[in-house]
Structure formats: C-alpha cells, structure tokens
Design a protein around this ligand. Structure first.
Ligand SMILES: O=C(CO)[C@H](O)[C@H](O)COP(=O)(O)O
Ligand SMILES: [Fe+2]
Length: 217
C-alpha cells in the first residue's frame, strides 16, 4: 500500500484548514509538516504552536519533518503538539542513535532523513531502530524544486539493503514529486510519497490527490 503525504509547505496558509480538509477528504494518508529553523536550512517555517492549533482540526496522522539543528531540544514539544512520526536529519543530529531513542521514548514513530549527498551508509548502525527512512530528492529548504534523478538509484539501493536485512521499513521520498515521476519513484522501491507544490498548487486539490492515487496504485 503506497501512502500519499501532502506537504503543507505549499498550502495556502491563510486557508490552511480548508486545504488540509481537501487533502483529507481526497484520501491522503499522512499530513507532512516541514519544520525549518533558518540554520540547518536557509528557510524558516512553522513550529509546534501552529502544529498544535491544527491538531484537532484533522484526523490525518502528523508526519513531522524536522529540518532543524539540535533536534533533541524540541522532540518533546513536537510530540505534545501532536506528532505521530518524527523525522530528524542524520546531518543535524550529533548523537543520532540517542535522538532516535528519544523520539521512540514518547511512543511516536521515528524516522531519519538523508540529504541527497549523504550516503546510505550513514544509516548502517541505526536502520533496525527506524520505522521509516526519508530520502530527500531535493536539497531541503524549499518547496517547488526539481527532483534529482540519481535519487532513484539511492531508493533502489535502500530497498535492496532493507531486503537483505529482512526489514520492511517504510521508504519515504520528498522533493519534486509530481504526476510524471511518481510511478518510477514507487517502482524504485518507495512506499511513502511526499508532494507539496504538485498537490497544493493545483487548481483542484482533491482531483490532484486522486490522480496521484490512480498513478501509483
Ligand atoms: O522537505 C521539503 C523541502 O525541504 C518539502 O517537504 C518538499 O520540498 C515538498 O515540496 P515539493 O513537493 O514542492 O518539492
Ligand atoms: Fe519535507
């Protein structure tokens, strides 16, 4: 079962709840929330306060992508704000194993993200601890960027690595996913697709989620 995770980074923030309801009614599986701190990435987005304010407006699980330095300082805040899955960047966590344990200690799912240039070997000694791996297919920081094609090879290698280890960890891919490339990303081995601009910048958000579902089924 392939999951669709619309990224609210490209939603209309003046109509955020309406946009969220549209993707929810269209059958999205997760709500992808991009948290940026202006340090790890050049952009600044939303924090736990906004997340908490939308928590009781939707039943969609919150898939929280932390693009922040020293993520341990904020894990508890994001759990309290309603996170169901918390993803940290391997490049941003000095003690990655400890950070993963910290996330799991709150009973939420733990995931690690790799920037496009970071090798899969960064996961070698934490892979069995993870519910999901997030492979970035753009350099993080902004929505609306172009998918980096070589990440297809990375997805295939990760799926093979998981198979060899007997793991069925989710592989999420994030950045530049659209109706044209979604199928090959799934065929490469991804089972959770994040899409921001391709969903929220379309004229008909519901129809666009349905079109993604049709293409990847
Ligand atoms: O983490 C992200 C950027 O750092 C976003 O989730 C991602 O870029 C989604 O936006 P789009 O689908 O428009 O590329
Ligand atoms: Fe993201």
């Amino acid at each position: 079962m392939i999951k669709i995770a619309p990224s609210i980074l490209s939603a209309d923030f003046s109509n955020l709840i309406q946009d969220i309801h549209q993707v929810e009614e269209a059958g999205a599986d997760l709500l992808h929330i991009d948290v940026m701190d202006g340090h790890f990435v050049p952009n600044i987005t939303i924090g736990p306060l906004v997340m908490h304010s939308i928590r009781n407006k939707t039943k969609l699980p919150f898939d929280v992508h932390l693009m922040i330095e020293s993520p341990d300082r904020y894990i508890e805040d994001f759990v309290k704000a309603g996170a169901d899955i918390i993803t940290v960047h391997a490049e941003a966590a000095t003690h990655l194993h400890r950070t993963i344990q910290n996330i799991k200690s709150f009973g939420v799912k733990a995931a690690v993200s790799l920037n496009p240039a970071t090798p899969l070997s960064a996961l070698d000694f934490v892979l069995p601890e993870l519910d999901m791996v997030l492979l970035m297919s753009v350099n993080p920081g902004f929505g609306g960027q172009k998918f980096i094609p070589i990440i297809l090879e990375k997805i295939k290698s990760l799926r093979q690595m998981l198979k060899e280890r007997g793991l069925d960890t989710d592989i999420q891919v994030d950045g530049g996913i659209n109706l044209e490339n979604a199928k090959e990303i799934v065929q490469a081995g991804a089972n959770v697709l994040v899409a921001g601009s391709a969903i929220f910048n379309s004229k008909d958000i519901r129809e666009r989620v349905a079109a993604f579902r049709q293409i990847i089924k």
